[in-house]
Design a protein around this ligand. Structure first.
Ligand SMILES: Cc1ncc(COP(=O)(O)O)c(C=O)c1O
Length: 376
């Protein structure tokens, strides 16, 4: 019986050696500092803060906004819980807006329609390594004087028209969870492209709400509690692992490309049957590979056959606006329109395994199950 996971980090001797050599268990150590400087340079941002997860990066960004009761934040419902829970934790009211078919990111027209005088920000998600319509949404945010936060958990090192995703808005949030293209086990990155004030405040929020970073730089002679914050660190051990994953990234991406191309060769005839196959633009990081089946019944049937054969294919996000938490707390949220695309995609999407060490024989095996299912 085969056992093919949905994702698998590519971690070998180099990573473990790098951890052993790190010789430092603390946070804000030499390796983390060097890696932060590297990310700042590579992404072209004012400040890159290594944190414990993308969830933490989102929470810090939302805390920075200093929300007042009734303040609204626009976000998708087709997303991971953290995109929305970080808004609620910071005292904001999530306003769910639908996604568009093409990118599976927020629909810019519906974003603009949802804006009112309580709107403070938009949190968009770049799904599966494909850019949402970030340029259009940024223009809308500038026009309405609201902030833009990019949940780029799945979109590290993806460029859109020459600019990295996560660097368009006030904040970009990335994940290095072990399901992501590069990993530190758990981990995340908060980037602040331009705003000097946000740099100082977010450094404090990451460090228990104290001005310890200023103290460490020698700018003040003691450090004290300045604001509400938390313990939002990545350790040097994790940073050492991450650094060697960054070095390996060209190979990781090349292998993902191989898997993506092979799937396409094998499965393209499904398009004749009106099954949609994920189409990534050349700059994508190929984080996810999915099919959009013709109905929920068909998706569930295919999923079952794949799983019975040891292939850990999966559905994806369940709409957040229909979750038990939202149903129990309806007053904390605003839902715009019917969110039809969100509901429809959630019912019909099926993710296939994609990771660097996925063998050609395994791709053939997975593809043949799918082609048999569709009798093509
Ligand atoms: C869109 C999105 N946002 C946020 C997260 C949370 O990332 P982390 O596990 O690093 O907190 C994920 C995780 O998969 C995600 O897909």
């Amino acid at each position: 019986m085969k056992n093919i996971p949905l994702s698998k980090p590519w971690i070998g001797k180099e990573e473990f050696q790098s951890v052993l050599n790190s010789n430092n268990v603390c946070s804000l150590g030499k390796i983390s500092r060097k890696l932060e400087r590297y990310f700042e340079h590579r992404l072209g941002v004012k400040r890159a803060l290594l944190v414990g997860s993308c969830t933490q990066a989102l929470e810090i960004s939302l805390m920075f906004l200093d929300l007042k009761e009734g303040d609204e934040i626009i976000c998708p419902s087709y997303t991971f819980v953290s995109t929305v829970s970080s808004i609620v934790k910071a005292g904001g009211k999530p306003v769910f807006v639908d996604i568009e078919q093409n990118t599976l990111g927020l629909d810019p027209t519906q974003v603009e329609n949802a804006i009112n005088d309580k709107t403070r920000a938009v949190v968009l998600v770049h799904y599966g390594g494909i850019s949402a319509q970030v340029q259009k949404i940024k223009i809308i945010c500038i026009k309405h004087k609201i902030k833009l936060i990019e949940d780029a958990a799945q979109a590290f090192l993806v460029k859109n028209e020459g600019q990295y995703l996560g660097t368009y808005g006030e904040f970009g949030c990335f994940s290095f969870h072990h399901t992501k293209n590069i990993t530190s086990g758990e981990g995340g990155l908060l980037v602040i492209p331009n705003d000097n004030k946000a740099v100082g405040v977010c450094e404090e929020i990451r460090n228990f709400g104290t001005n310890k970073e200023s103290f460490l730089r020698g700018n003040v002679d003691k450090y004290e509690w300045q604001r509400l914050g938390g313990s939002y660190f990545m350790t040097d051990i994790q940073a050492a692992l991450l650094k060697s994953q960054v070095n390996k990234y060209p190979r990781i991406l090349a292998e993902r490309k191989r898997v993506y191309k092979t799937y396409w060769q094998k499965l393209k005839r499904l398009e004749k049957k009106h099954v949609k196959i994920s189409k990534h633009p050349p700059n994508s990081n190929l984080h996810l590979f999915w099919l959009i089946c013709r109905s929920k019944k068909e998706r569930d049937g295919l999923l079952e056959i794949l799983q019975v054969n040891g292939v850990k294919a999966s559905f994806h996000f369940l709409p957040i606006h229909t979750s038990p938490f939202v149903r129990k707390n309806p007053g904390k949220f605003r839902i715009t329109g019917g969110l039809q695309t969100t509901i429809d995609i959630s019912k019909r999407i099926l993710r296939l395994p994609i990771f660097p060490e996925l063998k050609i024989s395994e791709i053939n095996f997975i593809s043949s199950i799918i082609l048999d299912f569709y009798k093509t």
